[in-house]
Design a binder for this molecule. Structure first.
Ligand SMILES: Nc1ncnc2c1ncn2[C@@H]1O[C@H](COP(=O)(O)OP(=O)(O)OP(=O)(O)O)[C@@H](O)[C@H]1O
Length: 306
């Protein structure tokens, strides 16, 4: 379990993280989302005791990270895949960590196997690709078999097989009852992996809710309706207070109806004797829901021309 209470970090005049209060629960994958510069890495660094909060606090299993007796056995993190020394082998890197944390050497072999680096364990880390470094960072996070895991952009650099492997690993870690806190900019991957998401923008909390309810609330949920006499139906939809917009990639005989449900719209068409050739639910994606939530808090990057 990770708890944050009014967690705040200021860099001179800039507030990177502002009064975040959150409980990251065990037994599920919590995705951590936000635009570039929103404060995700800073938050994770404060949880792991690498940055001191300006105000508030972050607790891991009820205590500040710095006060944990066996930190690697309580929380593991992948924060920077470049943190391993390039001149050392993967095995030497992990063995050093295990030794200084009282972790049995057998764990090194076990985690190298888990992340698929057993065959290259004795090669210098400097010769590793980004994906291999990510795997090594994940091995380091898993080394102490901790109940809490923080992974900052772990998908970066992984090939499609690697992405899939990581998704399954993350899901199984949460299924074992661990707390998994994961940041990523890949929304489709997050939708597949996370049970719950925390969204921040400009350091402030925007949403803290199950993935399903974040998607449910999106205005991109709609009913697609196709009819050869669509023109007759449109005034009735408007009279029922429903908004209509062009269907993405659809023809002139179809529209998306916002704010209604399948049954109601089907019955409306039936009452007015308008034939319907298609009536289907269009579900929003996490990406669409996320875009709406963060629209006003994007600081960096391109904007749509006005
Ligand atoms: N050491 C530092 N000194 C000054 N400002 C910093 C420092 N570290 C982070 N910041 C600022 O704090 C803000 C939050 O940065 P952070 O890296 O936590 O965001 P992020 O959500 O992880 O972004 P990204 O998605 O781009 O990785 C940014 O405006 C950043 O410039």
């Amino acid at each position: 379990m990770i708890s944050m209470r009014d967690l705040t970090k200021k860099y001179r005049a800039r507030t990177a993280v502002e009064a975040l209060s959150l409980e990251i629960e065990p037994g599920r994958v919590t995705g951590f989302l936000g635009p570039n510069g929103a404060g995700k890495s800073t938050t994770m660094r404060m949880v792991m005791g690498l940055d001191a909060p300006t105000a508030g606090r972050a607790l891991v299993n009820g205590r500040p990270y710095a006060e944990l007796r066996h930190p690697l056995r309580e929380a593991g993190a992948l924060l920077d895949p470049r943190s391993a020394h390039p001149g050392r082998s993967a095995r030497a890197h992990l063995t050093g960590m295990a030794r200084s944390n009282g972790i049995p050497a057998a764990r090194v072999t076990a985690v190298l196997d888990t992340v698929g680096l057993a065959a290259v364990a004795d090669r210098r880390v400097g010769s590793f690709s980004l994906g291999m470094r990510q795997r090594l960072g994940i091995a380091a996070a898993l080394l102490g078999d901790p109940p809490v895991l923080l992974l900052d952009e772990p998908v970066n650099g992984l090939d499609p097989d690697g992405v899939r492997w990581l998704r399954e690993l993350i899901r199984s870690l949460a299924a074992e009852g661990r707390t998994v806190f994961l940041s990523s900019h890949l929304m489709s991957e997050m939708q597949e992996t996370a049970d719950h998401v925390v969204v921040i923008g400009r350091g402030r909390l925007i949403a803290d809710a199950p993935v399903a309810s974040i998607i449910e609330r999106s205005s991109a949920n709609a009913v697609r309706i196709r009819s050869p006499r669509l023109g007759e139906l449109l005034p009735h939809l408007a009279a029922a207070g429903l908004t209509v917009r062009a269907a993405d990639g659809g023809g002139r005989d179809e529209v998306l109806v916002l704010g209604g449900d399948l049954a109601g719209i089907g019955e409306l068409a039936f009452r007015h004797r308008v034939p319907v050739h298609e009536l289907s639910q269009r579900r929003a994606s996490l990406e669409e829901a996320y875009m709406e939530l963060t629209e006003s808090s994007v600081e960096y990057g391109e904007r749509e021309p006005a």
